[in-house]
Every structure is written in structure tokens, then in C-alpha cells.
Design a protein around this ligand. Structure first.
Ligand SMILES: [Zn+2]
Length: 151
């Protein structure tokens, strides 16, 4: 399989559409990684041991068509082709998410990471990263579910 075919396959893996899809298509067209772009690197909220914490520019959608209250990404500054994290990377992500919790004072959420082949994980940016998603609340104070795709 040529690398060109591999990239086309990744585009077909995009499920979110709109501006996010355009950003990914542009990234693949120019051969630049979204997380390595200076615009992302300039949005750093916190940094720890070579990892940065960002707000996701395209936060996850919830079941009512809105966006999660918070959608953070913990990302290593250095690009890696390995899409599996080691214990050092997970520890750095945990540190950054603790900082986010203490800074933004939310009560809970979910941490997840897509790993390995995008065919199985559904990963669209092939640079290791970990998500922390905090749902928003409805008028009754109940959380509005956020669903994340895998595969
Ligand atoms: Zn990258």
C-alpha cells in the first residue's frame, strides 16, 4: 500500500464533517500534522514534561447537538508515529488533566485515548493524544451525554 492510499483511507475515517473535516483534509493535502502546527502549539494552557494541554478546537458533540462543556487534549510536543502511549506519557497526561480540573473546577468527565491503527481506533489526527471530555448540564442540572466513536 502506498502512503497516498493510506492517507485517503484516513480521510474516509472522518465522521465529524464541517470545519474539522476541512482542517484534516488540508492537513493531509499539505502533509502537516495538525498538532504540530504552530497555531495549535500557541494555544497551550499548561505544559508538563514535554506534553501540552489544549482545548480541542473542535469539541465533541453531545446528544442534544451542542458541544461538551470542556474538551481538553493532552498532546506530546514531539510528533511520534507510535500511536500507543507508555506509562510516562500517561502520567504526563494525568498531570495535565489534574491541572485542568483544578483550574476550571469541573466535577467529573471521561478520559479516553484512541490507540493503534486508525482503522480500529477511529483516530483522525495520527499524533498521540489523550482526551478529557466534560459534559455540559441541562436546565435541570443533569449531564447531557457525549458519545465518542471508536473504529
Ligand atoms: Zn504531529
Amino acid at each position: 500500500m502506498t502512503s497516498e492510499k493510506k492517507e485517503i483511507k484516513l480521510v474516509s475515517n472522518i465522521k465529524y464533517g464541517g470545519p474539522y473535516q476541512q482542517e484534516l483534509i488540508e492537513s493531509q493535502r499539505t502533509g502537516t500534522c495538525i498538532f504540530c502546527k504552530s497555531t495549535f502549539q500557541s494555544q497551550v494552557l499548561c505544559e508538563y514534561k514535554g506534553w501540552i494541554l489544549l482545548r480541542n478546537t473542535f469539541p465533541a458533540m453531545d446528544s442534544q447537538g451542542g458541544h461538551a462543556q470542556f474538551h481538553f487534549l493532552a498532546v506530546p510536543k514531539k510528533h511520534s508515529k507510535s500511536l500507543w502511549l507508555n506509562s510516562r506519557g500517561l502520567a504526563a497526561a494525568s498531570h495535565l488533566f489534574t491541572w485542568a480540573r483544578n483550574t476550571y473546577e469541573f466535577e467529573g468527565g471521561a478520559i479516553f485515548q484512541r490507540v493503534g491503527s486508525p482503522k480500529f481506533s477511529g483516530m483522525t489526527v495520527c499524533h498521540p493524544h489523550v482526551h478529557l471530555v466534560v459534559p455540559r448540564l441541562d436546565a435541570n442540572g443533569d449531564s447531557i451525554p457525549v458519545y465518542m466513536a471508536v473504529g
